[in-house]
Design a protein around this ligand. Structure first.
Ligand code: FES
Ligand code: FES
Length: 150
């Protein structure tokens, strides 16, 4: 049995320790906001927070998060930074197809927690691992800056 906290709720999971966190979230817990895309840690679609830091759920085994705190896109609105990002994403009409956006938002949220007033270079560096096939990068950067100022 492996115990972890997901979005503020303690969870006990009777699953193999090598089960990717992404499948734990999506299949075992029904938290389908976190997306599967590449599956090999190159696109960022599966980004969540583990103990407050952005991490790739597709390559993180369940055993590695035992006793830790995981936050997914479903809980983004539960803190002020998340709510500001949601508003700036809406104001800037950021998403196109939307598939990459949960991961983008979780990376942006982790950035603003560590750096409340990021420069363009800071944003580009922090967001460089999140790919968007629709090319929303410029709007994402603008929205992060708006959230930082609001
Ligand atoms: S699905 Fe995890 S990084 Fe692409
Ligand atoms: S909005 Fe379509 S992949 Fe990013």
């Amino acid at each position: 049995m492996i115990t972890l906290t997901v979005n503020g709720v303690d969870r006990q999971l009777d699953l193999p320790g090598d089960t990717p966190l992404l499948w734990v979230l999506r299949d075992a817990l029904g938290l389908t906001g976190t997306k599967f895309a590449c599956g090999v840690s190159v696109c960022g679609a599966c980004t969540v927070h583990i103990d407050g830091l952005a991490a790739r759920a597709c390559v993180t085994p369940l055993s590695e998060v035992a006793g830790k705190t995981v936050v997914t896109i479903e809980a983004l609105h539960e803190d002020e930074i998340g709510r500001k990002l949601q508003q700036s994403w809406l104001d800037g009409n950021v998403p196109q197809c939307g598939y990459c956006q949960p991961g983008q938002l979780m990376s942006a949220s982790a950035l603003l927690r560590q750096n409340p007033n990021p420069s363009d270079a800071d944003i580009d560096k922090a967001m460089s691992g999140n790919l968007c096939r629709c090319g929303t990068y410029t709007r994402i950067r603008t929205a992060i800056k708006q959230a930082a100022k609001s």
